[in-house]
Write a protein that binds this ligand. Structure first.
Ligand SMILES: NC(=O)C1=CN([C@@H]2O[C@H](COP(=O)(O)OP(=O)(O)OC[C@H]3O[C@@H](n4cnc5c(N)ncnc54)[C@H](O)[C@@H]3O)[C@@H](O)[C@H]2O)[C@H](O)CC1
Ligand SMILES: [K+]
Length: 236
């Protein structure tokens, strides 16, 4: 099966469709997206390789996926820590933070310092709504993720990459190549520039909606929320 990519515009429209005609709430979609991310981390970084996972959380829904993933990882036995410098006031994010606080997951302020004591990193800073040049305080975070030897799993997009064109030619993000990518619902065109392990997650799209948006739902096995795919399965 050839997996088609979704443009940033189509991915945003799909999200709106799932929450209107699809009758999902944002909480539900984010829970399933974050659950997929947690399953990918557990698959690529089994707990015996180290329990500590640093989750970098951005200001939008990509960040929300990261908060959900941190909660699930805690319940699997990992020791997550969360870097969340820009916190919107909205109720959904506040509830996700409270759920993590109740688990005593630490919130850290100094991302480069936190990188010194972790075994894996989740990049949940920006997803399909990222555009332009990376604004403060995120350039130092992207640079640190680009330079570290610790494996990085990016949620939906390597943060700072253009959703269609991939890594910027110069400046922040030009040298950022995460080890693992979890595309949510469908890969975005930037995957043609991505060389690491690639998974699709977000097992919630009805066939009728996928057909309307002209993409294929990958074949998930059993009860898995994720499926690993190879480069030659993706059609740009
Ligand atoms: N259908 C699904 O699979 C679902 C996907 N989800 C995830 O949601 C993101 C998209 O979320 P959205 O809130 O639209 O945007 P982002 O998180 O990508 O980013 C918006 C956020 O970032 C700020 N921003 C944008 N550009 C910059 C910049 N250059 N510098 C600094 N800050 C920037 C902007 O102001 C916003 O605050 C998708 O990728 C999935 O990960 C959902 O969970 C639902 C289900
Ligand atoms: K990301």
């Amino acid at each position: 099966m050839a997996l088609k990519t979704l443009s940033a515009k189509a991915a945003a429209a799909l999200d709106r469709e799932l929450m209107s005609t699809g009758a999902f709430s944002l909480d539900q979609l984010m829970e399933l997206a974050g659950l997929s991310v947690s399953q990918v981390v557990a698959r690529v970084h089994p707990i015996k390789q180290g329990r500590r996972v640093l989750v970098a959380v951005g200001p939008g829904n990509n960040g929300g996926d990261g908060l959900v993933a941190a909660r699930h990882l805690f319940h699997y036995g990992y020791q997550p820590a969360i870097y969340y410098p820009k916190r919107p006031k909205n109720d959904l994010y506040q509830r996700l933070v409270k759920q993590c606080e109740d688990l005593e997951i630490p919130f850290v302020d100094d991302f480069p310092a936190a990188l010194e004591s972790t075994d894996h990193v989740v990049d949940a800073i920006f997803g399909f709504s990222f555009s332009g040049e990376v604004r403060e305080p995120f350039p130092a975070v992207i640079n640190a993720m680009a330079e570290t030897k610790i494996p990085v799993t990016s949620v939906d997009a390597p943060s700072s990459w253009d959703i269609h064109e991939g890594p910027p030619e110069s400046g922040v993000g030009s040298n950022f190549h995460p080890n693992v990518l979890v595309s949510l619902t469908a890969p975005k065109p930037l995957v043609q520039h991505f060389k690491g392990r690639h998974f699709v997650g977000g097992r919630f799209v009805a066939p009728s909606i996928a057909k309307k948006y002209d993409f294929d739902v990958p074949k998930y096995e059993g009860i898995d929320q994720i499926v690993e795919i190879s480069d030659n399965q993706v059609k740009i």
